[in-house]
Design a protein around this ligand. Structure first.
Ligand code: GTP
Ligand code: SPV
Ligand code: MN
Length: 589
């Protein structure tokens, strides 16, 4: 007999039916319905510690923080195991894995049958978006992982607040997650947009299992957005406030592990006293044209699931302060005193550590102490630079959209699109080197349109069309830009200091949006002249600038051929605007 713990059985009959259906299938020993309370957090945390799922960290240095190691075979998103299950393959398009929804459901249900015997099933109601926002969505995630519950509690508005918003409606995302035996051969992350359902099995890691994040807020979200006239994007949202108090909101799409969290939490260099950057969101934006033709955005999340390596008090002090308390650390290195460490943290490497796989580590060790995709999960409210607007149901008005990739060659520091359509072309043809955030070949350049290649829940060409159609609902569309912080010289060194210095680029972008910044027209777009950049407090020579922004015709020709890889795949549905943009670029080159 299934025992009920926690909150009263939901009064929503659709939630009840959903939970009953999957508890009958998965056959857990008990069902725990989560209410999001502090008492519940304490109880589940204690249980996770008892079971060895979490290790308490040094209570003085890191109060309320815990450490987790995932299975070494399960450390990142797995794109080859991710499926969009629409009635026909053409809806998912050539950039997604497709499976027949009925066949896939049968296969997954067979794996789920009895999968929670001896385990607890947790029912996690959550909101993506601030309560009361027109775009906010309710999700119910069923999971057998206490780690998932405790992460969801940080990443989303979890518990009673979601059931209150749901009322008696059956309009909620149904998420089912079971870790099974964490076998990569039985790992599937499947999306069923038609029934607003997600089933994830065989993984316990991040974007595979925190179903509100990439699965609902991006894959299902993008599908809903296309049908309902809004956009779900892999974007940070920030606010730039000038010393005079002028606020400009900017959204930026960079692929996974390409700098969104850092950019969203950036601090302007000392020379720019009075300038303030605040964070609305660091990973996902939901955008919609409002009744006045203004593009607005909310961050649907409530926390940060951020990359640890490279995070330090010089690169991202706001993140360092954010993760000082009430944070879950996954796959970083553990120090003897219960502190944590990762490559690129402040100070010299520790003399002794335990690596992300639980093995002894010293600075002489050949392997990294922290996994390159090790992460922190931290509450948004911890962020010292949190924007006061971050929880606003009405969202913020967006003035600029930035696309950017990780490119060692070809791409200059920053340029501005000639117009919205050209900007959509820039986003659509964006390339970036692959990172450790997904299983695959790190460093290899691939096309990652709008940083959404792994996250677009429908046909990528229809997605481009959707971008173009949004323009028709905007009176003064955001200006669109392309940036690259990662260009290297022949010795393999970065040509641009990055991090806080990216503020100079941001300031130029804000000035362009406000009709103040100067630029020259180039083959690829509007670019700042060396003399038009604000260099106060930084010694960066014209020669460095020229190398950083060098236009190499041969590289651009190769770039155009690379774009064909993607454009040919999408050709039968590709909007003609993008074909024309490509032709225009060729003729300018
Ligand atoms: P996801 O959470 O995977 O979506 O990643 P993200 O886009 O938020 O990337 P994040 O800000 O976490 O940065 C990823 C890595 O890039 C970290 O190791 C950073 O230290 C590094 N990084 C971020 N910004 C810069 C930059 O301006 N220059 C350089 N060289 N590295 C950067
Ligand atoms: C990303 O890979 O873009 C992330 C981490 O933000 S995950 O939640 O695992 O997708
Ligand atoms: Mn991301």
């Amino acid at each position: 007999m299934v025992e009920n713990i926690g909150m009263h059985t939901s009064s929503n009959i659709h939630v009840r039916e959903f939970v009953e259906k999957y508890s009958a299938l998965c056959q857990p020993d008990q069902v725990v319905r989560c209410d999001g309370s502090e008492e519940e957090k304490q109880r589940l945390t204690q249980e996770a510690v008892t079971k060895g799922i979490l290790t308490p960290l040094n209570a003085e240095k890191l109060p309320g923080c815990y450490y987790h190691r995932s299975n070494p075979n399960d450390v990142a998103r797995v794109e080859q195991c991710t499926f969009i299950c629409t009635p026909g393959p053409e809806e998912a398009g050539p950039t997604n894995n497709w499976a027949d929804p009925r066949e896939m459901t049968t296969k997954l249900h067979a794996m789920l049958e009895g999968s929670m015997r001896g385990r607890t099933m947790y029912v996690v109601p959550y909101l993506m978006g601030p309560a009361g926002s027109p775009l906010t969505k309710v999700g119910i995630e069923i999971t057998d992982s206490i780690y998932v519950v405790l992460n969801m509690r940080i990443m989303a508005r979890m518990g009673r607040v979601a059931l209150d918003q749901l009322g008696t409606s059956d309009d909620f995302n149904r998420g089912i997650h079971s870790t099974l035996d964490c076998n990569p051969d039985r790992r599937f992350i499947c999306h069923f947009p038609q029934t607003n359902t997600i089933i994830s099995v065989g993984s316990g890691y991040g974007g595979n299992v925190l179903l509100g994040k990439k699965c609902l807020a991006l894959r299902i979200g993008s599908w809903l957005g296309e049908h309902q006239g809004w956009m779900a994007e892999h974007m940070l949202i920030l606010c730039v406030e000038s010393p005079e108090g002028e606020k400009t909101y900017v959204a930026a799409a960079f692929p996974s592990a390409c700098g969104k969290t850092n950019f969203a939490m950036m601090i302007a260099p000392d020379a720019f006293a009075g300038w303030k950057i605040t964070t609305v969101g660091d990973d996902i934006a939901w955008l919609w044209p409002d009744a006045n033709g203004q593009l607005r955005a909310i961050n649907p999340e409530n926390g940060y699931f951020g990359v640890a390596p490279g995070t330090n008090f010089a690169s991202n002090p706001n993140a360092m302060r954010t993760i000082e308390r009430d944070t879950i650390y996954t796959n970083v290195a553990l120090l003897p005193d219960g502190d944590v460490w990762w490559e690129g943290k402040d100070g010299p490497p520790p003399a002794n550590a335990t690596d992300w796989q639980g093995r002894p580590w010293t600075p002489e060790s050949k392997e990294k102490a922290a996994h390159p995709n090790s992460r922190f999960t931290a509450p948004m409210l911890n962020n010292p630079s949190l924007a006061s607007e971050a929880g606003d149901a009405a969202g913020v008005p967006i003035s600029a959209i930035i696309f950017g990739g990780r490119r060692a060659t070809t791409m200059p520091l920053v340029f501005q699109a000639f117009n919205w359509t050209h900007g959509v072309y820039l986003g659509a043809t964006m390339g970036s080197e692959m990172t450790a955030a997904a299983a695959g070949t790190v460093g290899q350049v691939r096309r990652d349109p709008m940083a959404m290649l792994p996250f677009c829940g429908y046909h990528m060409a229809d997605y481009f069309n959707h971008w173009l159609s949004i323009r028709r609902k905007l009176i003064d569309p955001p200006r669109i830009f392309h940036v690259n912080w990662f260009r290297k010289n022949a010795a393999g060194e970065y040509l641009w200091p990055g991090f806080g210095e990216n503020f100079r680029v941001l300031k130029w972008i804000v000035d362009r949006c406000r009709g103040r910044g100067k630029a020259r027209e180039t083959q690829v777009g509007w670019m700042p002249r060396y003399s038009e950049f604000d260099w106060r407090g930084l010694d960066f020579t014209r020669e460095q600038w020229d190398e950083l922004n060098k236009f190499d015709r041969a590289e651009w020709q190769r770039e155009l051929l690379w774009q064909d890889e993607l454009l040919l795949k999408l050709h039968d549905r590709l909007p003609k605007e993008l074909i024309f943009q490509r032709e225009l670029l060729i003729s300018r080159l």
